[in-house]
Write a protein that binds this ligand. Structure first.
Ligand code: M6R
Length: 620
């Protein structure tokens, strides 16, 4: 969703802003803009389209200021055109704002401001916010004898009138020393340099310059004067001492490193990211699992009535796999809910429930809101997140990082497999505590889990062959994905990957459910991807395959190496290394990710930034 970047210091701000916006492109957006202070005046450039369109639009125009703000907008209020792009200005042009989030009461505020004579030129809620700040500023100015910190005060007062979510940065005409930043519900990171500050939606535009950062908390407003220490106040006007952290992220981790696309890089990174997920979590001598962020809550989990997993999209799919694994291995009742539904369904929740939020970004608005609801009702809340320091990690009582490293491609790949790895660890740990899995089997499963990275390496060698299959099917208009048991969520995930990046309609189904409806779609044009792992209801899946074949469907089967039966039925086969059923989703998903990638490329789609999608969905 919208991306924010800002700079104040003594370097030229323009290249920092542009590069920062390019690093934030992965979040998804449809217009971009920047504002700089030059000769004490705010100069604004905005353009619909991509950051490259903005660069061409700016051309040789002057871009010399050492202070500025930049924004990529993912349209909510009003179409993605130049006028609705950010930055937005106050009536008198004195203040300029970039905003990520939604001001829910913007219409009420707008009507009140219009009555006072404010005229709005855009459709956005963001423009209303900067006018509100200007309005408060004007009334403070009338009452006050000095202009000291007037804007800071005005921002704080105005934000008290706002309902909704925001991450904002504000420039003031004539003030080349400072910028102001605030957040509630949308992420914002401040980078501390040498007499300079950076602000961004995440650390990616900042790490090139500094590894010292402050993650602003909800309801905090920062004054960033290049000659002073950071000042942070709450919107209740209380001074806070900011917590300065050191970033562990590296620059290479957010660059393509020789791959054509981030998605391909991230697919190929999975052996390494799973090693990182497992690192330090399995005692090499005893095979005992240690999950530091959960250990203190284990007794509460064991006595819980049920575990409720809340998530969206791909993270919801990994949650479904978690349900299979935890119920099967640890015999604890698990429910998996779409966060967006859960938060509004008046859920029955008690102190005896454990709620686990799964989120790559840790910023998904629905997941965060559902989590807060669970917390209010007294449930124990835990998180499985990738982004360190993200909102969900700060809202939960404990949890486990996936350590996948930055995921830039909008379509989740390594985030999914590392989430599934964490869920497997949790299921196995609980099974150990409850003695629901025999020691021998437990040890075998741990051994299998450790072998996953090398098995994925082997699977990735089939990339060229999968590309050949993609060539046969890239013109299809529909796809069906079938799987059973723990591989049913993999079918859902495979279908999601394909539709996200290739815009082909695809559906995932439990294989046996096919005959209750989707079978009507099958004709000799229809590609059907079936996951037929040897250890997972194999005979049943073979029967489902026969049903597809009888209707002329084109079969692409994911089979265990050495399989003969399905091979004799399917049009195309992709072999996965032998593995236990519980571990199989970590392997069966790999060919499905590659298949989507190659199909999308052949259809000339933007693989890393598919249309209309945002990486981090920070609005409802
Ligand atoms: O950051 P999160 O894991 O909370 O994001 C949830 C979904 O928005 C995300 O998984 C989305 O479905 C991806 N584009 C899937 O590839």
């Amino acid at each position: 969703m919208c991306g924010i970047v800002a700079y104040v210091g003594s370097r030229r701000a323009y290249p920092i802003l542009i590069k920062g916006l390019q690093r934030l492109e992965y979040r998804g957006y449809d217009s971009a803009g920047i504002g700089l202070i030059e000769n004490n005046k705010i100069v604004t450039y905005k353009k619909d389209g991509k950051v490259n369109d903005l660069i061409s639009f700016i051309g040789d125009s002057s871009t010399d200021g050492t202070i500025g703000i930049g924004h990529t907008r993912w349209a909510t209020h009003g179409p993605p055109n130049q006028i609705n792009s950010h930055p937005h200005s106050s009536s008198n042009g004195k203040f300029s704002l970039i905003h990520n989030g939604i001001i829910e009461n913007y219409l009420t505020l707008k009507i009140a401001l219009e009555k006072k004579g404010h005229v709005f030129i855009s459709d956005t809620d963001s423009e209303v916010l900067i006018h509100l700040i200007e309005d408060v500023y004007n009334s403070l100015e009338k009452k006050s004898s000095s202009n000291n910190d007037l804007l800071y005060q005005a921002i704080i007062i105005a934000l008290n009138e706002v309902i909704g979510a925001y991450a904002i940065v504000i420039l003031e005409q004539g003030n080349t020393q400072e910028i102001f930043a605030a957040r509630k519900g949308s992420p914002l990171v401040i980078g501390i340099g040498n007499e300079e500050y950076f602000v961004a939606s995440d650390a990616s535009p900042i790490i090139e310059f500094t590894n010292k950062v402050i993650y602003l908390n909800d309801g905090e407003v920062a004054k960033l004067n290049k000659n002073e220490d950071v000042i942070v106040k709450t919107i209740e006007n209380k001074i806070k001492s900011p917590y300065v952290q050191e970033l562990e992220q590296t620059l290479e981790s957010i660059e393509k490193g020789g791959y054509d696309h981030f998605m391909l890089k991230e697919i190929f990174e999975q052996p390494k990211s799973i090693i990182d997920t497992l690192r330090g979590r399995i005692n090499p001598k005893t095979n005992d699992i240690i999950l530091g962020g959960i250990i203190d809550h284990e007794s509460r989990i064991l006595s819980a009535d049920r575990i409720i997993i809340i998530a969206c999209g791909t993270s919801w799919h990994s949650g479904l796999i978690g349900e299979y694994l935890i119920e099967d291995l640890a015999r604890i009742n698990v429910e998996v809910e779409y966060a967006s539904e859960f938060r509004y369904k008046n859920p029955i929740l008690t102190k005896k429930d454990v709620v686990i939020a799964i989120s790559q970004s840790g910023e998904t608005a629905d997941t965060l809101a559902a989590l807060e609801l669970a917390k209010e009702k007294g449930a124990l809340t835990l998180g499985i997140c990738n982004v360190v320091g993200s909102s969900i990690t700060r809202t939960t009582s404990g949890g486990t990082y996936t350590h996948a490293g930055p995921e830039i491609g909008v379509a989740s790949t390594k985030a999914f497999t590392t989430q599934v790895t964490v869920l497997t660890l949790i299921a196995l740990r609980l099974s150990q505590l409850k003695s629901t899995v025999e020691r021998n089997n437990y040890d075998f499963l741990i051994k299998e889990l450790r072998l996953v990275p090398q098995k994925i390496e082997k699977l990735l060698l089939q990339n060229d062959m999968i590309k050949e299959i993609a060539l046969k099917f890239y013109k299809a208009t529909n796809f069906l994905y079938l799987g059973r048991g723990v591989n049913f969520p993999v079918a859902l995930e495979g279908a999601l990957k394909l539709k996200e990046i290739s815009y082909i309609h695809a559906e995932g189904y439990p294989a046996a459910e096919m005959k209750h409806g989707p079978i009507a779609l099958i004709d000799d044009e229809m590609p059907i991807v079936v996951i037929a792992n040897r250890k997972d209801n194999y005979e049943k899946v073979v029967s489902n395959i026969q049903e597809v074949k009888a209707r002329g469907g084109k079969l692409i089967a994911i089979v265990t190496e050495g399989d003969q039966e399905v091979k004799s039925l399917a049009d195309y086969c992709i072999e996965i290394p032998k593995c236990f059923r519980e571990i199989s989703p970590l392997l069966t998903i790999i060919p499905l990710q590659l298949l989507s990638y190659h199909i999308a490329l052949l259809r000339e789609c933007n693989v890393d930034q598919p249309r209309n999608l945002a990486k981090s969905v920070t609005v409802e």
